[in-house]
Each structure stands twice: as C-alpha cells, then as structure tokens.
Ligand binder design. Structure first.
Ligand code: WT7
Length: 629
C-alpha cells in the first residue's frame, strides 16, 4: 500500500506494517525504478548495530528523481527558483532541463576527477546549482556532504577533515536578505589547514571578487560549458551505498557525520512525503528549509523530486525586503503545500497581521512544521491567519538520524492536534521507556522516546566511527534506538514531544551541542571554564545561556566570546546571555550539575531540587546574584 487515502487505511497499513514489515516495505519499494531487484528486504541487529534494507538491489537515486518522470513530465516544472532579491527574475527549471543540468554537472565532476565513493563538500547558497551539485554526486555515486552556509570556517574545516572530502563545490558569495555571506572566503580559511581537498569549484553568483588559487580553484561556468551534455547514464549503486553524510551535533565532542543509505532513504522519504502531505500530482510545494539541514535534503530536494513534484526553492529570508516575502511567494506561485519551522512562524507572528494584508493565500491546502514543538499560540496563528482555518497543520517529528518524518498526522486523513505530532506513521514503531529502560505499555504515559524497529531511512553509521553511532543511539536502552527526546503519550496514543533530554540545545530549530559550544568558549584565553544551558525563548524556542568562569570584566569578554563563537561555529551559536561567575555547581566527582544551571537560567531560584551532593552550595548564591533575566 503506497497511497494512504483514509483514516481506516492508515490504521490498516499500520497493522500490516507490524504483522509483516518486510512485505509492507517491499510493496512500497515496488513503486521505484530498480536496475536489479533485492534479494532480501531487511536484515538488522540493534546490538551490535547493523542495518540493511533491500540488499542486493541496484539503483540510482537520480534515475528515480529525474529519468523516470520523462518523457511524460518532460516539460513539467521541477524547480521554481525565487532569488533573494525580489527584483531579480524567478527561474523555472523543467524536469528535462534539470536532468540535462545534472548530467552536465555529473560529467564535469567525473572529468575533473571525482570517483564513485569520493566525498564532495557542498557549501552553497539556496540556488538551483546547489541542487544540481547534490544530484550530480548522486548520479555518479559520489557522497555529498552539504555544509550549511551559516557555518564558519572552523566548522567547515572540521567537517572536511572528518569526511576526507576531495572536492568542494561553493559559490563566490551570496546575499541572505541584505547580509553578504563570503562563502569562498570561508572555504579559503577552512583550507588553510592541510586537508585532502584537491579542487574547489566556484559558482559565480554574487560576482564579488574572490581569491582563486592556481590549480586548486576553478570557476564552475567555463567547466560546465566545456563538459555540457544532455545525458550521461546513471551509475549503478548498491542499495546500501551511502548517498550522503550530514553532520549534526550530539551531546559530546565534535559533530558527527550521519550517514544515509541510498535505497532505504529513497523509499522512506518518498513514502512519508506522499502520505504526510497527501501530495497530489500538480501540487506546488514550498519548503523553507535550507539544503544544509536534513529537512532541506529529504523534503526540499529528494522526496519532492522522487514524486515528480514542482518545488519552490527560495534563496532569501522571510523578512527581506519585508515580512510579507513568503506570502508573496505563496501567492505568486499558488503554493499548495507549505512546510516550515515553528521559530519562523513565531518570528513572523510577532510582526502582526499587517504583512498578510491583501495577500491571497487561498491556494494553500496543507501546512506543515518541523524542528521543535509548535506552541499553542503559534499553532493558532498559523492555522487561522495562514491556513484560513481550512488547512490541516502536520506537525512532523523526526531527526537528522531518521532521515524522514516518523511521527505525524496525515493531512485531511488523520486529526491534527495542537502541540502534538500525533501518531507514528505506518511502518514506524515508537515506544516510551522509563528511566530504567522499561517500555511503558499503558496510556497515558510520559518517558523517553525510542524506536523499537528500524525504518528504511534510519542512519547506518556515523562516518568513520561506528562505535560512536552505537554509543550515541543504541547503548542507552538495550535493543532500542534512543532519540534523545522526551515525550508524552495521551489516552489515544498521540505523541507530544517535550524536547531533548540530553545536552543538545534546539535553538531556532538548529541543533547545538552544549559541549561543542563550551569547547569554543573555552578557547578564550581568559575563560577558565564554562557551562552552557538552554532557557525558554519566545521566538527561538530555546536560547543559549553561558556561565563562564573568568576574572575578566564582562563588558569586553562578552563581545569577544561572541566573536569567538561566530568564528568557531557560526552566528547561530552565539549565546543570548553570558554571565561571569566565580564557580559552577559541582558534585563531589567534579561533574557540573546542569540540572541546577538550567533552572537558574530559567529564572527559577527557589525550587532547585536536591542540592545535597554539591561540594559547595555557596556558588549557587553567587550565581543567583548575577543572574541575567
Ligand atoms: C530534533 C532533531 C527533523 C528536521 C529538523 C530537525 C526536535 C524535530 C520536532 C517536532 C518537537 C521536534 C527534536 C528532535 N524536533 N521535530 N515536530 N516537535 N520537536 O532535525 O536537527 O536532527 O533535530 O528536533 O528534539 O530530536 P535535527
């Protein structure tokens, strides 16, 4: 069953997926183009962790995204490109043209020396060339590692080194709103260390002057002219070959490279896209996520193209040149399905109704959100003002590691409940466990959210470090994949995600590890130590509160820490509040009691819980005095 078109069918599909998961997924997989069929649908173990789906099969992702839609959809628009500056022209790229571009890019990569299995870094603005580059990698079997354009040189360097990338695809620069992002310059800085990068391909986009290193840096345009072609055959990939690496933050150390497979990822993203949004042939779909995040990979590029959809690719920001921008785009292109993040909804809500005046949003049928809990107030605003009280809101819960949406309502099919992601999709077995790892079987319940059975798009490993993958996801609770989230389940079995329970912050839907941030702050010569926690923030969801031990005056230190974080990680990780303290609350074993810091950062100074294991309780009084509220 591929199309789930009623509540009954959803129930039935869910039951089928429990009774016979392999048959369930095989049935869905038959929708696709395979160069060779699979021998076995699934084999797996959670301890030690190994997972294969559709073993023995051969396929190519781009054949499924592009070739199979031709000739029927040859003239259908695949990508509507909306540039940052609304005065510049919208571009429409048909499926036929997209295939030609991808083949030209693929040809260029091959001729310039990229081989199957090589890692290619893509550090690009949200322009069609970014999509061409991703798909070109997939066409020739290179593994892309897209790095979000907001990351700074140090973060780029860490990722280039970890994945031993041999090629970088970037642009000279780009504007986001009126802010210039010096992409090439950031790459140059990242390449100051010794890396395995041989060539840097530079798209001319901002036409700003950039440094070009001889024999290393090449402008894309002349190369593309040289290698222009209408077609090159798609490479034959194994089902389990890696499609891409995407770095994400964990509770310890440096970001980890989440590795996604080809076949399982393809099947799951297409299936979830089709059914969650109830995508119909002809719908215009607009997902605002940057390709630097998993949402951008799964639901801005791969899934919509797998369905042969028309997608809107928007380079800019929701508030440039004014906070009507998204609504202008919805009106202009008659968008039917709109998918965004709660933080964006809240920040637009703060502008009031003025930006919506006179905007015709009547084309909208389905609204979606992802990244963090969507609070009541924002839910209602989104529902009433954007969806005219007629569009369901699918609140989709998932993670970089799951590759696709695991818990969600299906638009017009199953009920949407404010602040609830609702139910696991058919094929998805979620459970809640208590602190001892005991599965909670009754409703209502509240506990830690785990996955009890693999989905096809679950991460296969963390690049070059399988032990870390096992440690991070499969060791906390035996025979379960642990998400890192806490959740509640109501009487009817609907899930409500309450947020991360590990040391990972969710700031404007961006995942930031507190350890990573502390490492960056601690690089400051005048910082002895630091502890970073989150606090409830009205727009960002979570704000960053840094407690730092230093003998320095905060006036200069604060600005220096900001500059440091911006340079090490990127502007998205800048602390909202920095408090200089003389000490941090520690247990006898030296562990910082973050639980207490979290309460303090929240303004809770009375009910701090058990403080009996603290070495020196007086540090708390000192912290309270300087608390930044
Ligand atoms: C974390 C994953 C999946 C793409 C964007 C984020 C939080 C995600 C929801 C939701 C409440 C959500 C979780 C999750 N999260 N969606 N609908 N309701 N929380 O991907 O960076 O891998 O972050 O985002 O805490 O673990 P990510």
């Amino acid at each position: 069953m591929w199309e789930i078109t009623s509540a009954d069918l959803r129930e039935q599909a869910y039951q089928n997926s429990l009774d016979n998961p392999e048959a369930f997924w095989a049935n869905i997989a038959e929708q696709f183009t395979w160069q060779k069929p699979w021998n076995k649908v699934l084999s797996y173990s959670f301890s030690p962790y190994h997972l294969t789906w559709f073993e023995g099969a051969k396929l190519n992702m781009t054949e499924n995204c592009l070739d199979r839609h031709l000739p029927k959809h040859k003239d259908k628009v695949a990508i509507i490109f909306e540039p940052n500056n609304p005065k510049e022209k919208t571009k429409k790229i048909t499926y036929e043209k997209l295939l030609q571009e991808v083949c030209t890019w693929a040809n260029m990569l091959v001729q310039e020396g990229v081989k199957k299995g090589d890692r290619v870094c893509i550090y690009m603005p949200m322009i069609p060339e970014a999509v061409y580059a991703m798909l070109a990698c997939a066409r020739i079997g290179a593994i892309h590692s897209v790095i979000f354009g907001g990351f700074a040189a140090q973060s780029i360097q860490d990722r280039l080194l970890d994945a031993t990338c041999t090629f970088v695809i970037t642009a000279d620069g780009a504007y986001r709103g009126d802010k210039f992002i010096p992409l090439k310059e950031n790459i140059d800085q990242a390449l100051q260390a010794k890396t395995s990068v041989q060539k840097v391909i530079v798209c001319q986009h901002s036409h700003s002057e950039v440094f070009m290193q001889k024999d290393r840096d090449f402008y894309a345009e002349p190369l593309l002219e040289k290698y222009r072609t209408d077609f090159i055959p798609a490479s034959s990939m194994d089902a389990e070959d890696a499609l891409f690496i995407l770095y994400t933050s964990g509770s310890t150390g440096k970001p980890k490279g989440v590795v996604h497979s080809t076949a399982g990822y393809m099947v799951y993203t297409a299936y979830s896209f089709k059914n969650v949004f109830q995508y119909q042939d002809g719908d215009v779909y607009f997902c605002t996520a940057d390709i630097g995040w998993i949402t951008g990979h799964s639901y801005n590029v791969y899934a919509p193209l797998l369905l042969g959809a028309t997608l809107v690719l928007f380079e800019g920001t929701p508030t440039y040149p004014n906070p009507s921008r998204w609504w202008d785009i919805v009106e202009k292109h008659k968008v039917n399905i709109f998918y965004t993040a709660p933080t964006a909804i809240r920040s637009l809500m703060a502008f009031g109704d003025e930006p919506l005046k006179g905007k015709d949003l009547s084309s909208l049928k389905v609204l979606g959100c992802v990244g963090e809990p969507l609070n009541q107030e924002a839910w209602h605003w989104y529902f009433e003002k954007i969806g005219a009280s007629k569009c369901p809101i699918v609140d989709t819960w998932w993670q970089t590691e799951t590759g696709g949406i695991l818990i969600s309502a299906m638009a017009h099919i199953s009920p949407c409940i404010p602040t609830y992601a609702t139910k696991p999709l058919p094929g998805v077995q979620m459970v809640l466990v208590d602190e001892h790892g005991e599965v909670l079987h009754t409703n209502p319940a509240s506990g830690y959210l785990c996955l009890a059975f693999p989905v096809p798009s679950l991460l296969r490993t963390t690049y070059n470090d399988h032990a870390r993958c096992e440690q991070s996801y499969f060791k906390t609770y035996p025979n379960l994949y642990f998400t890192g989230d806490g959740a509640q389940r109501d009487e009817a079995g609907n899930y409500r995600i309450t947020g991360r329970v590990d040391d990972v912050l969710n700031v404007s839907g961006h995942r930031i590890g507190t350890a990573e941030l502390e490492d960056a702050i601690n690089l400051h010569p005048k910082v002895l130590e630091s502890a970073v926690v989150g606090f409830a923030h009205p727009i960002k969801g979570e704000g960053i509160y840094a407690f730092v031990i230093s003998h320095e005056d905060i006036k200069t230190l604060g600005a220096e820490i900001h500059a440091l974080v911006q340079k090490q990680i990127g502007a998205i990780a800048k602390p909202d509040k920095i408090q200089v303290v003389t000490g941090l609350p520690r247990t006898r074993s030296g562990k910082i009691m973050r639980r207490i810091l979290r309460k303090l950062a929240q303004g809770e100074t009375e009910h701090l819980g058990d403080t009996s294991t603290l070495v020196d309780a007086s540090v708390i009084d000192a912290i309270k005095e300087g608390l930044l509220m």
